[in-house]
Design a protein around this ligand. Structure first.
Ligand SMILES: NC(=O)c1ccc[n+]([C@@H]2O[C@H](COP(=O)([O-])OP(=O)(O)OC[C@H]3O[C@@H](n4cnc5c(N)ncnc54)[C@H](OP(=O)(O)O)[C@@H]3O)[C@@H](O)[C@H]2O)c1
Length: 336
C-alpha cells in the first residue's frame, strides 16, 4: 500500500519559542512497510514540553538531539492500518513514539509501542490521566516526593497537565496543596475548581514571600516542573527533611547553554533535603499498576484533567508553543 503522508521536520534549531520558523511541513509517499513495522493512522499527537530539549543538539539530555531535517517525533495515539508485526493487526488502537504526521511508521520491537485497552472510548485519555503525564504525577507525588497526609505540598506549572494532576493526587492523599501558576485566572481556577488550598501567581507575586506566608511550617514536598527562580524560592522555604521531586525544568529548555543556579543549594544541607529526579520512560512498564490507582481517584471525582485541543496537523507548531507561553490549562494535544 503506498500512502501519501504529511509530516513535520526540524528545519532549523528553534530560537526561543520560534517553532513556526523551526518546523516545516513536508509530504512524502511512504515506502512499503518492512518486516516488523506497523503503519499507524495518527489520531492524537501528545504535546510534551520535554520534546523541546530534543530540538537542540545538546548531548547531555535524556535523549539525543534531533538532527536537522529529521522528522519530529513524540507520543502519538492512533489506529493500526497495516501491520507486518505479529503482535499487531489492522484496527488495533495503540500508543507509541511516532512521527508528528498523518501516519506513523513504527517498529514496536525497537521503540515504545503498546496496544490500548478498551476502558476509554476517548483516545485522549491515554495521554492524559492514563498516560505518561498521569503516571509521572503519581510517581512524583507518591514515590519520589513520598507525600503524606498532613504535609504541605507545593507544585509549579500547577495548571498544566502534569502539575494539575500532581496537585490533585497530593490533595487526595490528605496534603495541604499550594499551586504556583502564571496569572490570576489560573490561580483562581486552582483554588475554586480543583481544591487547591492556595495558589501563587508567579508573574505578579514575590513567590518566596508568598510561599513563606502560605507555608508557615515549611514545604514538605516541592514537585518542581520549572526550575529557575521558582526552585530557589521553594528551596528557601523547605521544611526540615523536605523532598524536592524534580519532574521538569521548563525554564531551562530554551536556554542555549548550561543554566546557573540553584542559588539556594545551601538549603539542601541546612534543611537535610532530598532532591531526586524521575523520568517517565523508566516506569512505562508499570502502567497496569498505575492506571487502576488513577482510575480510582477519577471515579471518586478527585482527579480531573481538561484538554487544550488543537485540530489538524498544520496546527502543531502553534499547539506546541502553548506549553511555553502558558496558553494551556491541562493537557495540550493535536487531534487529527
Ligand atoms: N519527568 C518526566 O518524566 C516528565 C514527564 C512529563 C512532563 N514532565 C515535565 O513536566 C513539566 C510540565 O510539562 P507538561 O508537558 O505537563 O506541560 P504543561 O504543564 O501542560 O505546560 C507547561 C506549563 O509550564 C508553564 N511554564 C512555561 N514556561 C514557564 C516558565 N518559564 N516559568 C514558569 N512556568 C512556565 C506554563 O504555565 P504558566 O501559565 O503557569 O506559566 C505552561 O502551561 C515540564 O517541565 C515537563 O518537562 C516531566
Amino acid at each position: 500500500m503506498s500512502t501519501a503522508n504529511r509530516h513535520w521536520i526540524l528545519a532549523r534549531r528553534p530560537v526561543g519559542n520560534g517553532y513556526a520558523e523551526a518546523f516545516a511541513l513536508e509530504t512524502e509517499t511512504l515506502p512499503a512497510l518492512a518486516e516488523g513495522q506497523i503503519l499507524v493512522a495518527n489520531k492524537v499527537l501528545s504535546m510534551d514540553s520535554g520534546t523541546r530539549m530534543y530540538m537542540t543538539d545538546r548531548e547531555d539530555s535524556y535523549q539525543p538531539g534531533t538532527p536537522l531535517g529529521a522528522k519530529l517525533i513524540g507520543t502519538v495515539l492512533g489506529v493500526v492500518v497495516e501491520s507486518r508485526h505479529a503482535a499487531y493487526k489492522a484496527g488495533d488502537r495503540v500508543r507509541c513514539y511516532g512521527q508528528w504526521a498523518d501516519y506513523s511508521v513504527v517498529e514496536p520491537d525497537a521503540t515504545y509501542c503498546t496496544g490500548l485497552d478498551d476502558a476509554h472510548d476517548d483516545l485522549k485519555a491515554y495521554v492524559g490521566i492514563y498516560g505518561a503525564n498521569g503516571w509521572t504525577a503519581w510517581v512524583g507525588v507518591v514515590e519520589t516526593g513520598a507525600a503524606k497526609a498532613g504535609e504541605t505540598f507545593v507544585v509549579s506549572a500547577a495548571a498544566g497537565c502534569t502539575g494539575l494532576m500532581a496537585g490533585q493526587i497530593a490533595k487526595a492523599r490528605g496534603c495541604r496543596v499550594i499551586g504556583i501558576a502564571g496569572g490570576a485566572a489560573k490561580c483562581d481556577l486552582l483554588t475554586r475548581e480543583y481544591g487547591f488550598d492556595g495558589a501563587i501567581d508567579y508573574k505578579a507575586a514575590d513567590v518566596e514571600a508568598e510561599l513563606a506566608r502560605l507555608c508557615p511550617n515549611g514545604i514538605d514536598v516541592y514537585f518542581d516542573n520549572v526550575g529557575g527562580a521558582i526552585l530557589d524560592a521553594a528551596l528557601a522555604n523547605m521544611a526540615l527533611f523536605g523532598r524536592v521531586a524534580v519532574c521538569g525544568l521548563i525554564t531551562n529548555y530554551i536556554a542555549e547553554g548550561p543554566v546557573p543556579g540553584p542559588y539556594r543549594f545551601d538549603q539542601v544541607l541546612m534543611k537535610r533535603l532530598r532532591i531526586e529526579g524521575f523520568f517517565s520512560p523508566d516506569f512505562y512498564a508499570r502502567e497496569p499498576e498505575f492506571n487502576p490507582q488513577l482510575a480510582r481517584l477519577a471515579a471518586a471525582g478527585q482527579l480531573r484533567l481538561p484538554f487544550e485541543v488543537s485540530t489538524g496537523l498544520e496546527a502543531t507548531s502553534a499547539a506546541f508553543t502553548k506549553l511555553f507561553t502558558g496558553a494551556n490549562i491541562g493537557k495540550v494535544v493535536v487531534e487529527l
